[in-house]
Design a protein around this ligand. Structure first.
Ligand SMILES: NC(=O)c1ccc[n+]([C@@H]2O[C@H](COP(=O)([O-])OP(=O)(O)OC[C@H]3O[C@@H](n4cnc5c(N)ncnc54)[C@H](OP(=O)(O)O)[C@@H]3O)[C@@H](O)[C@H]2O)c1
Length: 298
């Protein structure tokens, strides 16, 4: 059950992992097209250390970011980890080269087992606090079998909590019949509501919903979004990215956004968004900028 504290600054994953509600998405600390090493290695190390020093306690990564180099950078910057730091990683995607279109999903049970073992090694952990199946689209093994592998690894103590990324709501419900699912992540922001049904499902199930790409300003209505966000930001003496993040926090008590940035001052700005308070009217205005896609399922 995600429990949100009264000041809404923290959220609890799987009943026992309490983290600050504004996390950090590490994906951008890779090369072009999320391929290869982050070119500014020392800057990446400094940024990750600043993320933790600034009070962030939840970092989102994946074995496919790089691949591998993102997890390795996190370990180099932060190991041994602070006791309250939760690192969420993911497995089930592979890359065939620099071109992002080579991204593909793999569900082979031994591949997934290997992925968990390799993430443990790269991150220098004995147990991964939150491990996401990165995608529900692999066709080389039944979805139930893939979830079963994660359940098995959880029972072996290698995974603490299981999450699902980019699955359908039906897959989420099917997975919950197999093992406890503690988090869902999907693309959801002011201009993109791919994750509307997932957010609703997470609320029904009482699990954490982590919107990815939380501060991207895109979609067909981007000009109106910019205008509305700029107006609200001016009123509060805030930045548009802060307004976007605060909207997520108000949107649902289940929400744990994971903004990504390569800029140290933006880490601080994003954290400060948890202190911003929008009116109910402003939240509604932002929500209504893009239709929710409750009927959609991907
Ligand atoms: N599960 C999945 O399939 C999936 C897919 C995509 C992403 N993710 C996760 O979601 C995380 C976030 O996604 P994302 O990085 O693509 O999108 P994002 O966090 O919504 O946006 C990143 C962009 O916003 C800018 N930005 C961030 N904070 C800012 C601020 N305070 N002021 C001005 N600009 C700011 C960044 O530029 P600067 O660097 O200049 O700040 C960057 O260009 C990723 O890191 C990854 O961990 C998961």
């Amino acid at each position: 059950m995600p429990t949100t504290s009264l000041d809404a600054a923290t959220i609890t994953i799987g009943g026992d992992l309490t983290v600050r509600r504004i996390g950090f998405g590490a994906m951008q600390l890779t090369g072009d097209q999320v391929w290869g090493e982050y070119p500014d290695h020392d800057g990446g190390i400094a940024l990750l250390r600043h993320v933790v020093d600034s009070g962030v306690t939840f970092i989102d990564t994946a074995d496919v970011y790089g691949p591998h180099s993102n997890e390795q950078l996190i370990r180099e910057a932060l190991h041994p980890y602070p006791a309250d730091l939760v690192i969420a990683t993911k497995g089930g995607f592979v890359r065939g080269g620099h071109d992002y279109s080579t991204l593909g999903a793999v569900g082979n049970p031994n591949y997934l087992r290997q992925s968990v073992h390799m993430s443990l090694r790269r991150l220098g952990l004995e147990r991964i606090d939150l491990y996401y199946l990165h995608s529900g689209t692999a066709t080389d093994a039944p979805f139930d079998e893939q979830v079963g592998v994660l359940a098995e690894l959880k029972s072996q103590g290698l995974i603490r909590h299981i999450g699902l990324s980019n699955v359908t709501v039906e897959q989420f419900e099917a997975a919950r019949e197999i093992v406890e699912i503690s988090a869902l992540t999907a693309n959801y922001n002011l201009g993109t509501r791919v994750g509307s049904a997932h957010l609703a499902a997470a609320e029904r199930a009482g699990v954490v919903f982590s919107p990815w790409g939380p501060t991207r300003f895109n979609g067909p209505n981007v000009e109106n979004i910019r205008k509305a966000v700029d107006g609200i930001a001016r009123r509060h003496g805030a930045t548009p990215h802060q307004v976007a993040l605060t909207w997520h926090l108000h949107r649902s008590p289940n929400t744990l956004p994971i903004p990504g940035t390569r800029t140290i001052s933006h880490v601080d700005a994003n954290n400060a968004a948890s202190r911003l308070v929008l009116s109910a009217d402003e939240v509604r205005q932002l929500t209504d900028l893009t239709p929710e896609r409750l009927e959609a399922n991907t």
